[in-house]
Structure formats: C-alpha cells, structure tokens
Design a binder for this molecule. Structure first.
Ligand code: HEC
Length: 132
C-alpha cells in the first residue's frame, strides 16, 4: 500500500514537470513569431513605404502575396533579396519612369509625380516583404 502511494506521487510529479516543459516550449514559440511581426511593422522604412504605397495607385496592380497585373511584392522582394543602394535606386527609377520586360510583357505605368526619395521608400518597403 505504502509503495503504491509513493509511486503515485512520483507519477504526479513527473506529469507536472512534463506539462510545465510543454507550456514553456509553446510560450517561446509564440514569442518568436510575435517578435518577427513587430520587427517589420515597427521598421520606419516599412511604415513610410506602406503609407506611400497605400496613398498611390500601386495596389490596383500589386498585392503582397498574389500576382495581379503586376508581380506580387513578395516575389519582387525575393528576386532582389539583399539589394544594394544602386539596385534600390534603379528600382525607384523604374517606378518613376515605368518599366517592362523584367517580369513579362505587361508594362508598369510611369509615376512621374513621385520624388526619388518617396520612390526609394516604397522600394525599401517592398523589399521587406520577402516571405521567410
Ligand atoms: C498599371 C499597373 C501598375 C501600377 C499602378 C504599379 N505597378 Fe509596379 N509593376 C507593374 C508591372 C506589370 C510590373 C512588371 C514590369 C516588368 O515586367 O518589368 C511592375 C513591377 C514593379 C516593380 C519591380 C520592377 C522591376 O524592374 O523588377 C516594383 C518595385 C513595383 N512595380 C512597384 C510599384 C509601386 C511602388 C507602385 C506604386 C507607385 C506600382 N508598382 C504601381 C504594374 C503596376
């Protein structure tokens, strides 16, 4: 009888420890995901670029994860991963002057009213949208 009680207590202790471990693991996974999300949305390039893209006509042809008239922003981000300042400047010019031939035969309309600074901010935003 005594022995049975001891074993029961031991089993309960083990169970409690196991549960605590699982809870810990789940907690840390959630934290990592949240941190990642926070990272991108608190990035000043992300905020500025998103506001500019939303205020212009970009989203009539582009979506983040879906090809529409224009390529998905996630695909553009993947193609120009680790872009240097020259590439960012080149893409900003493409937005201002329009472009075609890099993704297909459908052209992107020019946006001559945009400043180079704003166009670069939009490129930086787009390039942040690469999927993990
Ligand atoms: C009329 C539709 C349309 C609009 C509006 C539009 N785009 Fe595009 N965009 C396209 C198409 C089509 C392409 C692919 C062009 C190509 O094949 O080179 C493209 C390509 C791009 C590229 C990649 C360029 C390259 O050379 O790889 C970027 C970056 C981009 N667009 C950003 C923007 C931004 C920012 C805006 C808003 C200011 C915008 N686009 C508005 C249709 C559009």
């Amino acid at each position: 009888m005594r022995r049975n009680v001891k074993m029961l207590v031991a089993a309960m202790v083990m169970l409690t420890v196991a549960c605590a471990e699982t809870a810990k693991e789940q907690n840390s996974t959630t934290t990592v995901v949240e941190e990642k999300k926070e990272d991108i949305s608190s990035n000043p390039d992300y905020k500025k670029g998103l506001a500019l893209v939303a205020a212009n006509d970009c989203l009539t042809c582009h979506a983040v994860n879906q090809t529409m008239t224009g390529p998905a922003y996630a695909d553009i981000a993947a193609k120009y991963a680790n872009a240097d300042t020259a590439t960012i400047a080149m893409l900003a010019q493409t937005i201002i002057k329009g472009g075609s031939g890099n993704w297909g035969q459908v052209p992107m309309t020019p946006h001559p009213a945009l400043s180079e600074e704003d166009a670069k901010a939009m490129v930086k935003y787009v390039l942040l949208l690469k999927q993990p």
